[in-house]
Design a protein. Sequence first.
Length: 179
Amino acid sequence: MIHEAEIAQLFADHYESLHRYAFTLLKDEDEAKDAVQSVFLTIWEKKETIQINSSPKAYLFRSVYHECLNYIRKQDVLKKHHAHAVAGLEDSRQQPFAFEDALFIREKIDKVLQELPPQCREVFVKSRAEQKKYSEIAAELGIAVKTVEAHMSKALKLIRQVLRVFILLFCLYNDLPQL
């Protein structure tokens, strides 16, 4: 068991030298600070059960060393995953979006539009297909511009949900990073 006052004293006595040591391993100021703070946080969290059998200074330096190694390993794994994702993305750029996929998306959007209330669907079609402004649609249908905005918001929300699901499935199918 280690007391709070002892932890505070260890921090005061060794923080600067531990930080310099971590910086020599990580070559990053912020990551070095994070590594040292992580070691002290672990000591704080385990203060009731921790037993330091060697000198406290040696224990701290060994702990910082292992914390830095773990960080470096995680960064290496992230770099490998990033490289794999970039390679997959480049492969997907070489294979253009399939015509069947575009038809499938169009069918899903048409289905969503058919399920919209009639006035909401009409507002959406006038806005997107006929390229009319909200004020024009409102005047033509005899409704407020805010009502047009509400209808558009509802339609776009439903379409985005369909597209989001499709993009997720497409990414999973093609082993692409999910956006």
